[in-house]
Write a protein that binds this ligand. Structure first.
Ligand code: HEM
Length: 152
């Protein structure tokens, strides 16, 4: 259990912390400094590198999460409300990320290759909205999970 929860929390920090940095620091700086063609090319390179770690984090979060639920707690029947909330919101985050990866991110990459910058801009703003939602979900999970154990 100690190794699982440690790996679980590290993976969650990499994913949620990485999104927070991209949204709150890199995004406004790139918008201020770079013209759209360079800005879109930058984001494709950033996402290519960050999404590799997101996929790895998702595999670790799900593997350790289910291991803790079934291997340590003995199944969904014996976990607290805070873990049910984490499971539901966590799965929603994974589905939102998969939509981003196979939808607007794929189209953003193509738009940059064919130099269709208006299309690239549309896809980037779609990704920004979905990542914004995932940041709120991730921070909510962290708050509910850590505080929730004292209520259930
Ligand atoms: C990205 C979404 C997620 C985040 C940010 C997250 C975050 C956390 C954090 C911070 C803890 C430590 C809580 C503490 O020790 O007080 C934790 C524990 C845990 N997480 Fe997650 N988690 C996520 C997704 C999931 C998913 C999808 C599952 C189930 C498959 C899951 C199952 C668990 C379990 C069973 C624990 C142990 C709870 C306990 O012993 O009280 N988590 N998680």
């Amino acid at each position: 259990m100690p190794i699982s929860i440690a790996l679980h929390v590290i993976a969650a920090i990499i994913w949620v912390g990485g999104m927070f940095f991209a949204y709150m620091a890199l995004r406004p700086a790139a918008a201020q400094v770079l013209e759209p063609p360079l800005r879109l090319a930058l984001w494709v390179q950033v996402f290519k590198r960050f999404f590799f770690w997101v996929w790895l984090s998702i595999i670790i979060i799900l593997a350790t999460g289910y291991w803790m639920i079934f291997g340590f707690y003995g199944g969904f029947g014996s976990i607290g409300t805070h873990i049910h909330i984490m499971h539901g919101l966590g799965i929603s985050m994974v589905l939102i990320f998969m939509h981003v990866f196979f939808g607007p991110y794929r189209r953003l990459r193509h738009a940059v290759v064919v130099e269709d910058y208006p299309e690239g801009g549309r896809r980037l703003s779609q990704i920004r909205t979905l990542v914004g939602i995932n940041i709120l979900l991730g921070l909510t999970i962290a708050a509910v999970t850590t505080a929730g154990r004292y209520f259930s």
